[in-house]
Design a protein around this ligand. Structure first.
Ligand code: UD1
Ligand code: CA
Length: 450
């Protein structure tokens, strides 16, 4: 049965990305906080594809390194002579493979697993499946010449007749066939066309000539949106954000102004979380039930516990773990900070490389001085400790459970449990000093005038 057939993917990523005007290869630009190449790789893996070959140009050294990190096989295409030629370049890497092969574009990041499954399902009735869509503006996309769902040909916009240009259904680029059909047909593609390139799209007619049926599988435009330049990148980002916002709200998350909340590809938010306007999530965030995130927070690599209250204006950086009922208020930055149940850091503080127990109160303007110019050091604060406002905690330092720190201290030594630490100079009051000072100044003023 077809469903048991092995699957491989060829990811095309050898383009020159001229239109991005970037030192970085196009396919490494992020959508939702993750490079496009990683999106396509995840899609393939989530669809159970074990063999993935990434086709890259010799000059795309950054893409080669990224593909290696992702554990992909690499095939070099040099020079780049078109999409059909690119697929041929992957033939050697798949020479021992005899299952189904899907061709994916690294610049088309948002295809969902169910959509890709639809492509593989088409093998039950057809030899070749092409993912098509109906764009608002078909512009330069290849047109699908169809009869119902039967696909007769793909015509590139540059080769299309005025009649064919009127066709609304277009080629997303994704197609799948058996390895034998795909590579066999690619060997027969010529470059006798407007661009002088080997078009992968020509394999439709080649396979039909061998009495092999081709079909179209339909996809929503938002999934197959291809990124060529920075406006396309912004469009893909917007499409991704729309999906994330809808999913969040549908799963029970309140977004007061959804269009101002930005998610990353892996943001996890439990039901009954409430998020105010203008909140940005970087990668690696989980927010547990009942938490509230007020406006203007920037959050990445952080776990926010149940019923926590965050912001407004909080910056939570990677390695922050906030337990249930914690509070992190305005103009507070945290990094690698583990904060126990019910602890509060309400105003104007930096807490980095720190471990706070339960029920700790960190006063306004507290700074953990974690960096000495060479190394980072840790601050540990025990359960129930009270850190007075404007304290500098010079790490490494440990504040005992139940200890009190007097306001304005520069704390350089450990404080025992339940102690009071006063780490500032003693106040001196000079009686009458103000009156004497003013008298002298007034006298000088009179002298100048006369
Ligand atoms: C291609 C399709 C077109 C489709 C459109 C969808 C062909 C001939 N045309 O056109 O029908 O509507 O995609 O976006 O296939 N690449 C290589 N090596 C090459 C050329 C391209 O790896 O020699 C890669 C690019 O990096 C990119 C992808 O293939 O990821 C598509 O190439 P591109 O030149 O953008 O194709 P389009 O002209 O957009
Ligand atoms: Ca393209």
């Amino acid at each position: 049965m077809n469903t048991a057939t092995k699957r491989a993917a060829i990811i095309l990523a050898a383009g020159k990305s001229t239109r991005m005007k970037s030192a970085r290869s196009k396919v490494l630009h992020p959508v939702g906080g993750r490079p496009m190449l990683n999106w396509v790789t995840s899609l393939a893996r989530d669809a159970g594809i074990e063999r993935i070959v990434c086709v890259v140009g010799e000059g795309n050294v950054d893409v080669q390194a990224a593909a290696r990190d992702l554990g992909l096989d690499i095939a070099i295409q040099e020079p780049q002579m078109g999409t059909g030629h690119a697929v041929q370049c992957a033939k050697e890497a798949l020479r021992d493979f005899d299952g189904h092969v899907v061709v994916l574009y690294a610049d088309t990041p948002l295809i969902s697993v169910p959509t890709l499954e639809g492509v593989f399902k088409a093998f039950e009735t057809h030899s070749l499946a092409v993912l098509g869509f109906e764009p608002e503006d078909p512009a330069a996309y290849g047109r699908l010449v169809v009869d119902g769902n039967d696909l007769h040909a793909i015509v590139e916009a540059k080769e299309a007749s005025p009649e064919q240009l009127k066709i609304g259904i277009c080629n997303s680029g994704v197609l799948a066939a058996s390895a034998a059909d795909l590579f066999g047909a690619c060997d027969r593609v010529t470059n006798d066309n407007a661009k002088g390139e080997y078009y992968l799209t020509d394999i439709v007619e080649i396979l039909r000539g061998e009495k092999k049926a081709a079909t179209v599988v339909h996809a929503p435009e938002t999934e197959v949106l291809g990124v060529n330049d920075r406006t396309d990148l912004a469009r893909a980002e917007a499409a991704f954000q729309t999906v994330m916002r809808e999913n969040a709200m549908r799963s029970g998350v309140s977004l007061k102004h959804p269009e101002t909340v930005f998610f990353a590809y892996d943001t996890m938010i439990e039901p009954d979380v409430s998020i105010d306007a203008n909140v940005v999530f970087g990668p690696g965030v989980t927010v547990h039930s009942g938490a509230t995130i007020h406006s203007f927070c920037h959050i990445e690599g952080t776990d926010i516990g149940e019923n926590a209250q965050i912001g407004p204006f909080a910056r939570l950086r990677p390695g922050t773990h906030l337990a249930e009922n914690t509070k992190v208020g305005n103009f507070v930055e945290t990094k690698k900070a583990i904060v126990g149940k019910g602890s509060k850091i309400n105003h104007l503080s930096y807490v980095g490389d720190a471990e706070l127990g339960e029920g700790v109160n960190v006063g306004a303007g507290t700074i953990t001085c974690n960096y000495d110019g060479y190394n980072k050091h840790k601050t540990i604060i025990g359960d129930g400790a009270f850190v007075g406002s404007n304290s500098s905690l010079v790490a490494p330092v440990t504040i005992g459970a139940g200890a009190f720190l007097g306001s304005g201290g520069v704390v350089t030594e450990n404080v025992p449990d339940d102690a009071l630490a006063l780490a500032r100079s003693k106040q001196v009051n000079k009686d009458g000093w103000g009156a004497r000072f003013r008298a002298v100044q007034e006298k000088l003023k009179q002298k100048k005038k006369s």
